[in-house]
Design a binder for this molecule. Structure first.
Ligand code: PAF
Length: 292
């Protein structure tokens, strides 16, 4: 264990699972709960909001910071993913020195070569992110399951920006009978409504401003979906991105929230969501909005 002192407050940091587990065992009481927020670091207000909720709802809160290699299908994305541990520790200590940080090494998580387990998420893994990032959700399932086994949380908190990931984690928990409540939390947005993401750190100031177009597009899609089919909304979005020289649309999909299958014909008993992924200057950004 490592105790980090900042502004005269001390936070517990663990780099290895054995010491973390011993510590959690030592502070556990018969009815205390552990809230858990898994992250890949480069913490922003969206992460801190998840932690705030966990601190309010649990006796203990564990945060993990681990850039998980097995969920990256693009080596350049992995290499360029922001790693800002010192800054992150300062943010965590300022939020609450009671937070217990687990910042493992790759060797602490994966014995030998980092490899993914193969999961069946009943088809949730084949849509959108799954289609464009082969292997991504096997990597997410592998790391989240491993972290749950180490931390043994009562409640785990995930942001709705990665809505497909949230559904997949819920499915994984249901299928593996892990005893943890998965809690989805609303998206945090910058002042121009760009969804907060660690990848935003890679955007230049003008790119960050321009990226407001992503949420703007989603709100227009929501409006159009009231009176148009999913197909015609998607066509309109594709056309509007064809004219845009800075952003490349990877996908825009209107899908059923539960199955994530694309909406072919509207059914008023179903809940729909629009999902978008775009590239700006090789930086991939995603966002989503509930439509009804
Ligand atoms: O959403 C993320 O940051 C990651 O996918 C997660 C859940 C921490 C797993 O690496």
């Amino acid at each position: 264990m490592f105790a980090f002192n900042f502004n005269n407050t001390t936070m517990h940091i663990f780099y290895g699972k054995a010491a973390l587990r011993d510590y959690l065992k030592s502070i556990k009481t018969s009815n205390s709960t552990i809230g858990f927020v898994p992250t890949m670091g480069a913490l922003h207000q969206g992460h801190l909001a998840l932690m705030q909720k966990s601190l309010l709802e649990n006796e203990n809160t564990v945060v993990s910071i681990f850039v998980n290699p097995t969920q990256f299908n693009n080596p350049e994305d992995l290499a360029k993913y922001p790693r800002t541990l010192q800054e992150d520790v300062k943010k965590l200590t300022a939020l609450s020195p009671e937070i217990i940080l687990y910042a493992p090494t790759v060797a602490d998580i994966y014995d030998g070569q980092p490899l993914s387990q193969s999961f069946d998420f009943d088809g949730l893994e084949n849509q959108m992110e799954g289609e464009f990032r082969p292997g991504h959700f096997n990597g997410v399932g592998t790391i989240v399951k491993r972290l749950f086994e180490i931390v043994e949380p009562t409640n785990a908190y995930f942001g709705e920006k990665d809505f497909q990931q949230l559904q997949i984690v819920k499915k994984m928990v249901a299928k593996t009978n892990l005893n943890v409540n998965i809690i989805g939390c609303p998206i945090f947005r910058e002042s121009n409504n760009l969804a907060m993401s660690s990848r935003n750190e890679r955007l230049s100031a003008p790119e960050r401003e321009e990226a407001a177009i992503i949420y703007k597009t989603l709100t227009i899609a929501k409006e159009k979906f009231e009176t148009n089919s999913a197909k015609s909304v998607a066509k309109w979005i594709q056309k509007s991105f064809e004219k845009n020289t800075h952003f490349t649309l990877e996908y825009f999909v209107i899908a059923d929230e539960a199955t994530l299958l694309p909406c072919v014909r509207k059914n008023k008993n179903k809940k729909y969501r629009a999902f978008i992924a775009v590239f700006i200057n090789n930086i991939r950004l995603i966002d989503t909005i509930s439509l009804n």
